[in-house]
Write a protein that binds this ligand. Structure first.
Ligand code: PEP
Ligand code: MN
Length: 642
């Protein structure tokens, strides 16, 4: 059973619960989560949950009927994300919205081989490096691995490219030598049920990839995961690598049906190793893609720069070009699955970040469009001149640049008071779960009519602008008999008019473009609606170990959430009740369809934090815990000053 403790539980109440459970021969594990502390109590004797429920300090008791407890969905309804830091201040997350690719040779063979492999796989987008230093070979006469020397090569190569390293542990006696080199331990198929190894490994608390045994059932596999979890680690990644069947055409039979089955049984992340399942390189790419399509959180594949020289598993080693193609295909497939491919920050952006720290160069804030866009003005208003504004080509690119560390902040339009919501960006906020809102502002949109020197209302024949700009100034334009021409942005219109150098053309855009493009302002405030506003949010990445500082000294006065609800009568009503009970005034509620889940919606909402609130972060965190009781997938997008 899982015993959720009250937040204000006293030490004596805790001790009291522990001694009662111990008296019933239950093994207790205390798990301190970010939001709550729970006791996982496991034992052979059945116990009436009501006996525990009534104890002081107990919030609730969740009985678990499965033989595996801590690995079960009942124990933890939301997906677990295993976080693995690299040496570039970044955290690789397995199990969230990002797909990871672990690649490298079967075995570490030499220093040069590892450096070459790491270079190749990182260039194609791998996020972790694999390589065995202790190889569990079927024959004692096959290459057994380089041992500690191999671990050194693996680590050196991984560090050079910012890739955490994954390597197999075959016996617990190797823990002392391995521990300084390894980021993620792999338990191989042959050791899945080596329970003594699992117990010792679990106690380290380090991430573990647990491969499925050659002939293990899904339940046996989860029981092995339970050994790891109950020994002290919460960082377990399951890896399907093919099982033994009567089929001989492939090395093993890749059981992709295990993925959807596991999803309902466990909260643990799942990756797939198509290399050991297929055994032949040409058959691996389609199954790597199928793994992602089946819902895997990533893949682990064997890649060798010279497969023909590989000392183990040569036939299944992919050429770097094959791996590169797989990664390009996964990039295309990811959006279909509502996911993004994880990226390692480039050394350049790492160097840049460090150099900026030293020279106090300004952080970068990206916006979509050209110089002169309203978003650029929003950056100026929000940051004054403490950041450097840079352009990207689309809203999606703003998010990607921030995630990749190419920019520190992004300025994202979210809603216009006359044109409505910018749905693309609501969707980006839910899709990019490693992005937070760190600030917001509302900008008054005032359009002006710009033209080259010498032009007047009488000389103009054509007017250029974004369709939104043209429609927002329709009253003014109606009074003129001009030819209206659409452009991709309002700033593009200004650039075009400047380039054409004719007094017959004018642009409708922000007046700041006059300076940028050498134009004159013929008329200001030509918009129909004088109260025309766009709300922007400022985003930053939260997967960086040292998150960029929250902007400004101002106390947070806004919080944004996303959540989903069960598909049942009154589910949204219940969720909204939590806001009412917390006296949180909601000033925005949007619903967006969830890709791939027809008729299920993300609810996005903004709430105002009352000014008398002393500790907004604590208050909103506690509130989100309450919301989780009636809503699903609750995520705080940000607690920030607007
Ligand atoms: C390996 O990953 O190199 C390996 C030996 O895998 P498995 O345990 O799945 O056979
Ligand atoms: Mn191998």
């Amino acid at each position: 059973m899982v015993i959720v403790l009250k937040k204000d539980i006293s030490t004596s109440e805790k001790e009291n619960i522990k001694s009662l459970l111990a008296a019933r021969s239950l093994k207790i594990n205390e798990l301190k989560g970010e939001e709550s502390t729970v006791f996982a109590a496991v034992g052979k004797l059945a116990m009436d949950v009501r006996e525990v429920e009534v104890l002081p300090g107990v919030e609730k008791v969740i009985p678990i009927s499965k033989p595996y407890k801590m690995a079960s969905r009942e124990f933890k309804p939301e997906n677990s994300i295993v976080e693995i830091p690299n040496n570039r201040g970044q955290i690789i997350r397995v199990g969230g919205s990002r797909l990871v690719a672990i690649a490298g040779p079967c075995a570490v063979e030499s220093r040069q081989q590892m450096l070459d492999a790491a270079k190749a796989v990182s260039a194609s987008g791998a996020t972790m490096l694999r390589g065995g230093a202790y190889k569990p070979r079927t024959s004692p006469y096959s290459f057994q691995g380089l041992g500690e020397e191999g671990l050194k090569y693996l680590k050196e190569a991984g560090e050079k490219y910012g890739l955490p390293v994954v390597t197999e542990i075959v016996a617990s006696e190797y823990i002392p030598v391995m521990k300084d080199y390894v980021d993620v331990y792999q338990v191989g198929a042959r050791n899945m049920q080596n329970f003594e190894l699992l117990k010792r490994l679990g106690a380290l608390g380090k991430p573990v990839i647990l491969k499925r045994g050659l002939s293990a059932t899904i339940e046996e596999w989860l029981m092995s995961a339970e050994y790891l979890l109950s020994s002290g680690t919460d960082k377990v990644i399951l890896c399907e690598r093919g099982i033994r069947t009567y089929e001989k055409a492939t090395r093993n039979t890749l059981d992709l049906s295990a993925i959807p089955v596991l999803r309902s049984m466990t909260h643990l992340p799942i990756i797939v190793d198509p290399s050991h399942a297929l055994g032949v390189r040409d058959k691996i790419p389609p199954m790597a893609l199928a793994s992602i399509a089946a819902g895997a959180d990533g893949i682990i594949v064997e890649v060798h720069c010279h497969p023909e020289q590989a000392l183990s598993d040569a036939a299944q080693a992919l050429y770097p070009a094959q791996f590169d193609k797989i990664m390009r295909d996964i990039e295309s497939l990811a959006p279909v699955m509502g996911k993004e491919v994880a990226h390692i920050r480039s050394v350049d952006s790492q160097k840049k970040a460090n150099a900026e720290k030293i020279t106090h160069k300004k952080p970068i804030c990206v916006f979509s469009g050209m110089k002169g866009a309203y978003a650029e003005q929003a950056i100026e208003n929000f940051f004054e001149d403490s950041v450097e504004a840079q352009t990207v080509d689309s809203f999606d690119e703003i998010f990607q640049a921030v995630v990749d560390g190419k920019a520190d902040y992004g300025m994202v339009p979210i809603e216009n008071s006359t044109a409505g919501s910018v749905y693309n960006n609501y969707d980006n906020l839910t899709r990019y779960e490693d992005i937070s809102i760190v600030g917001a502002l509302t900008l008054r949109i005032q359009h002006s009519l710009l033209a080259v020197k010498g032009a007047s209302l009488e000389t103009i024949k054509n007017v250029y602008s974004h369709p939104q700009g043209l429609s927002q100034c329709s009253n003014f334009l109606k009074s003129q008999k001009w030819n209206a021409v659409d452009t991709v942005s309002t700033a593009t219109a200004a650039a075009l008019v400047a380039e054409k150098k004719s007094t017959e053309n004018a642009a409708i855009c922000n007046a700041r473009n006059a300076k940028i493009y050498g134009l004159e302002v013929l008329k200001e405030g030509v918009q129909n609606e004088q109260n025309n506003y766009t709300r922007f949010v400022v985003i930053a990445a939260n997967h960086i170990e040292e998150p960029v500082k929250q902007w400004g000294e101002q106390k947070p006065n806004m919080a944004s959430f996303v959540f989903t609800t069960k598909n049942e009568a009154g589910a949204l009503y219940d969720a909204l009740g939590v806001f009412k009970n917390a006296s949180l005034s909601m000033n925005r509620l949007e619903s967006r369809p969830i890709a791939g889940k027809p008729w299920k919606y993300w609810f996005y909402c903004d709430v105002v934090i009352p000014s008398e609130c002393e500790n907004p972060v604590e208050m909103i965190t506690a509130f989100s815990e309450n919301l989780k009781k009636v809503a699903e997938d609750v995520r705080i997008l940000g607690i920030y000053a607007e």
